[in-house]
Write a protein that binds this ligand. Structure first.
Ligand code: SF4
Ligand code: ZN
Length: 316
């Protein structure tokens, strides 16, 4: 929450932020330092980065990913890891072009190499064309896009020789996904949320350095840092139950500051043992077509490609 005429509890300067859950008042500079420090502590707590890693930072062009790029470019300079910004162009007409250019220019400002991949070049179709070809449109755009994006980021990471993929998922994202899986009874997916999981063989480590930071604070960090970001929402955005869970958690947090953070802590305690167990038994099955880790004969990406190809040829 922004504030006025109070003094920063750390340096005595003018406070611009009142952190309700801790009672802290923070000036511009101490607020930004506090987010950088929290990111550093999260990385260290879950051993997200190792000396000599090459980190592919997934940059979509939104406030979270550009703030992550900003903070990681500072932290990795100090610790000897190399970073590369990777961006996925899904081929969403009138939307993704602006974000790709923002990602490119923000990476250049920080002397971070930039690498872009597209659905078209990797899979042979854009998201627009995939959705047009989907039989009876029985799947949400975000489901198709999410599965393909994840693979695209892994492929982009391989192309730049990255050992780690860093994504900008924040504490709010974590809690929303946790509740979605909790209410759908999907215990398997729940366990994969643990931030300290070892990757499947052959895949880069996936880390979420913002997992303990509120979305609101990242937005304020981007604002205070003068980071430009894309505000236009994706035309396919249809979050369904996620929106209801977000509103519920935000309402709860307004009435009981800190409740998101304590819920996160409880979830971590419940997931830590089970998550570690899960990481050891999820590597053996391989997709018959692409050879990547899968939960069935075909991985979810190859299933999507097959569905689209079948539907295209049946229309010829
Ligand atoms: Fe993809 Fe959905 Fe995000 Fe749009 S809102 S970029 S369709 S996941
Ligand atoms: Zn496959």
């Amino acid at each position: 929450m922004t504030t006025g005429r109070q003094k920063c509890g750390f340096c005595g300067g003018e406070s611009v932020y009142h952190r309700l859950y801790s009672g802290e008042q923070l000036c511009r500079s101490c607020f930004r330092d506090s987010l950088e420090e929290k990111t550093r502590r999260t990385i260290s707590q879950y051993k997200m980065l190792k000396h000599g890693d090459t980190v592919a930072v997934a940059v979509s062009g939104g406030k979270d990913s550009l703030s992550l790029l900003d903070i990681l470019s500072k932290l990795t300079q100090a610790h000897g890891e190399k970073i590369v910004a990777v961006t996925v162009d899904e081929g969403i007409e009138g939307y993704r072009g602006e974000a790709v250019e923002l990602a490119r220019s923000e990476a250049a400002k920080r002397d971070v190499p930039f690498h872009v991949v597209s659905f078209e070049s990797l899979f042979g179709f854009t998201l627009n064309r995939a959705l047009d070809a989907w039989p009876d449109r029985s799947i949400s755009a975000c489901t198709v896009c999410g599965i393909l994006r994840r693979r695209a980021i892994d492929l982009a990471a391989e192309q730049v020789g990255a050992t780690v993929v860093a994504t900008a998922h924040n504490l709010d994202d974590f809690l929303q996904t946790y509740f979605i899986n909790l209410t759908s009874g999907d215990v398997g997916r729940l366990e994969f949320l643990y931030p300290g999981l070892e990757p499947s063989i052959g895949l880069p480590r996936r880390v979420k350095p913002f997992v303990e930071i509120y979305e609101e604070e990242i937005a304020f960090y981007a604002f205070l840092s003068g980071i430009p970001f894309q505000t236009e929402p994706c035309p396919y955005m249809d979050e369904g139950v996620r929106t209801e869970i977000r509103e519920f958690l935000n309402r709860l947090e307004r009435r009981h500051p800190g409740v998101k953070h304590s819920t996160y802590k409880t979830a971590m305690k419940m997931l830590s043992g089970r998550g570690e167990e899960k990481s050891s038994d999820r590597r053996s099955v391989r997709c018959n077509r692409c050879g990547r880790p899968a939960s069935d004969k075909l991985c979810s990406v190859c299933r999507i490609i097959e569905t689209i190809q079948n539907n295209r040829s049946s229309k010829l």
